[in-house]
Design a protein around this ligand. Structure first.
Ligand code: CP3
Length: 362
């Protein structure tokens, strides 16, 4: 055990943690720990979402995305849908990375077909000082912990459950920018103009994320993934200064479960990512398996990285590309796309991908 754990509040008492429930499909957990497996495990980022007709039907009941996320029964139902429909080897709890800014006191809206928007953004010291952080902020995310407990109960050990959070740089980017952006120039500007303030904000996000993920593990999450979706926006030196130290703190604080760091666009930081105390490094589709293996020195299990657009192709092409990807990784691999599955991907394409991995003979 490490000694640098920040204080945790008592775990919620409504339902006991069910971490002891046996997982019967060990493939993902075995692969995560670096074991050689008969085939790579497979799941898709954003599998709990609009690709599934069941999800779209459930979503009808919640005109407001945030109300959906905050209803644990519904969130658990969305979490299980891809297990039933696609037969993937892991579930990921249905939530969003933006629950962290909200828990810290920065409210967001999810605008249909457009994405998130923060009415108020972070600009100065006063804005950062006003934010809640750490265990106190994480307490308000009880609805996520409850969704995890229900999901674990309903999964009944069929597959492991992945908990997740946004990486601190990506969360800062939303809090400063106020929405998605082509350039993230406001967020990147802050790193040059107010670096001390940026570090203060990153530390507050990190403290909150650690407390949040610890609650997720207590509630039953078997593995954790950090999404650094805007990693590729930073120059390498800034990635080293403003992103990696916080990823390291989070990984070090949660030694009890395997962890994946998915830093999209961060091909330039693969060596640094390989040095983090995580087991799995997620790769986007711009990185070749050969390059990733060389840069990570065989120390990590690699996850990814089929171009999500492959799934628009015909079944034969999907199968061929999937097999080629598995071969190129040649073990220590978790099959996935190089980013979240696009919402208009045909379900048949998704199934062809999952099927191609599951039928793969090593
Ligand atoms: O299946 C899963 O992966 C679990 C659920 C999940 C969601 N968001 C649900 C969601 C996860 C892991 C996320 C992570 C997330 N959210 C990221 C990191 C991954 C990535 O894609 O890089 C980011 C950047 C966000 C922020 C976010 N949430 C955006 C930009 C959007 C709008 C774009 C979009 O896809 O519509 C969301 C909304 C969102 N989060 C949806 C889902 C299923 C769509 C909402 C709907 O039902 O209309």
């Amino acid at each position: 055990m490490t000694t640098n754990q920040s204080p945790v509040t008592n775990p919620p008492t409504t339902n006991p943690p069910i971490t002891s429930l046996p997982v019967t499909n060990y493939l993902f957990l075995r692969a995560a720990l670096g074991e050689t497996t008969e085939r790579p495990p497979v799941w898709l980022m954003r599998q709990a979402g609009r690709i599934l007709p069941q999800y779209r039907a459930l979503r009808q009941r919640f005109p407001d995305f945030k109300a959906f996320v905050k209803t644990p029964d519904a969130a658990a139902e969305a979490t299980l849908q891809p297990i039933d429909e696609l037969g993937v080897d892991a579930a990921i709890v249905f939530s969003d990375i933006l629950v962290i800014p909200e828990a810290m006191g920065l409210d967001y809206e999810m605008i249909e077909a457009k994405g998130p928007r923060f009415p108020k953004t972070i600009e100065n010291q006063q804005d950062v000082s006003m934010l809640r952080s750490g265990a106190e902020a994480a307490l308000s995310l009880e609805y996520v912990y409850e969704a995890i407990r229900i999901s674990k109960r309903e999964l009944a050990g069929r597959v492991p459950l992945i908990g997740f959070a946004g990486a601190p740089w990506t969360i800062l980017a939303y809090m400063v920018e106020g929405s998605g952006s082509k350039t993230f120039s406001k967020a990147r500007r802050l790193l040059y103009t107010q670096p001390v303030l940026a570090h203060e904000l990153l530390q507050k996000i990190t403290d909150t994320t650690i407390a949040y993920l610890r609650h997720q593990v207590l509630a039953g999450a078997d593995l954790l993934q950090l999404f650094d979706s805007w990693a590729g926006e930073l120059p390498p030196a800034h990635y080293r200064a403003f992103a990696l130290p916080y990823l390291r703190q989070i990984c070090e604080a949660l030694p009890e479960v395997p962890k994946t760091v998915f830093a999209k666009g961060a091909w330039f930081a693969l060596e640094d990512l390989a040095a983090l105390p995580c087991q799995i490094v997620g790769l986007d589709w711009n990185i070749s398996p050969e390059f990733a293996k060389q840069k990570t020195g065989g120390h990590k299990v690699l996850q990814g990285n089929l171009d999500p657009c492959t799934l628009y192709a015909d079944t034969k092409t999907i199968e061929k590309e999937t097999r080629a990807m598995i071969q190129a990784f040649g073990g220590k691999h978790i099959a996935n796309l190089g980013h979240g599955v696009y919402p208009d991907t045909p379900l048949d394409g998704v199934k062809a991908f999952v099927g191609a991995v599951k039928n793969y003979d090593v």
